[in-house]
Design a binder for this molecule. Structure first.
Ligand SMILES: C[S@@+](CC[C@H](N)C(=O)[O-])C[C@H]1O[C@@H](n2cnc3c(N)ncnc32)[C@H](O)[C@@H]1O
Length: 259
């Protein structure tokens, strides 16, 4: 899986992750997803960048068969403990979202709250994102929906200063900003320099279309405040609801005449 700064950060930050305010809206987010996805009980859902499994465990409690995928062993350990404590089976897999293959025909996929998307590394950010989207598309069944929330670049751009651009803190070419990611453990405080990328709505739609998704909705997607409403310029995240087109399905075999 190579050296991934976000993996190192989340391995260390995992025990503290659910103290963050943005994780407190899980129940409302899951209610929104259940209504939006409208899937039968037992449907299989892939949660990309599942983190501590807060959506996966709550969706398992609603009767869905959940698979959570994440690069961080620390976050997956928290997810495993949460699933066990709640008494639900959640399949948890350690993998890089840019480099996985799970051709299982999931009935839906979710990638929420910057689960892998947005969290870029040293390489080409567009290749990073296209790889994730292509892997998700291959993992879900034709006709299956995909719900993605990713950082809103309009907010980043409105807040960025010329000084930050000159200092390389904000890069307008990739709409990314540098951030010092901090956490504490028994050894004391730690800090890692990382980069986070934002997206404008048209760009997200085009990225998804580029790998063969049909884009159905682009809505405001800030954690704890999801809704079927337009994106606000200053909110943290954008939600895209897309679908792998049905015409991806293999041609149905026709019955031989007289058979
Ligand atoms: C901000 S957390 C979001 C977790 C969860 N989706 C939620 O809503 O709470 C981002 C997660 O993405 C994972 N992640 C980052 N880069 C990844 C990658 N390339 N592949 C898989 N997971 C990744 C991190 O380990 C972390 O658990």
């Amino acid at each position: 899986m190579g050296d991934n700064v976000w993996q190192r950060f989340f391995d260390g930050f995992a025990p503290q992750y659910e103290d963050e305010m943005f994780t407190k809206g899980t129940a409302a987010e899951v209610a929104f997803l259940v209504d939006l996805l409208d899937l039968p009980s037992g449907a299989r859902i892939l949660d990309v960048g599942c983190g501590t499994g807060r959506h996966s465990v709550a969706l398992a409690a609603r009767g869905y068969r959940m698979t959570g995928l994440d690069i961080s062993a620390g976050m997956l350990a928290e997810a495993r403990a949460a699933a066990e404590a709640a008494g639900f089976d959640v399949e948890l897999l350690q993998a890089d979202a840019t480099d996985f293959s799970l051709p299982r025909a999931f009935e839906a996929a979710i990638c929420l709250c910057e689960g892998a998307f947005t969290l870029i590394g040293e390489g080409d950010p567009v290749e990073h994102d296209l790889a994730i989207l292509a892997n998700v598309r291959e993992a879900i069944a034709p006709g299956a929906p995909f719900v993605l929330t990713a950082s809103n670049a309009m907010r980043l751009i409105r807040e960025a200063t010329h000084e930050q651009v000159a200092a390389g803190v904000f890069d307008p070419m990739t709409q990314s900003q540098s951030c010092d990611m901090e956490w504490k453990d028994a050894d004391g405080p730690h800090s890692l320099a990382a980069r986070e990328r934002g997206y404008v709505p048209t760009e997200l739609a085009l990225l998804l279309r580029h790998v063969g998704f049909a884009v159905e909705h682009v809505w405001g997607g800030t954690a704890g405040n999801w809704g079927r409403r337009p994106v606000d310029l200053d909110e943290y995240e954008i939600m895209v609801v897309a679908r792998r087109p049905r015409e991806d399905a293999p041609e149905p075999r026709r019955r031989e005449e007289g058979a």
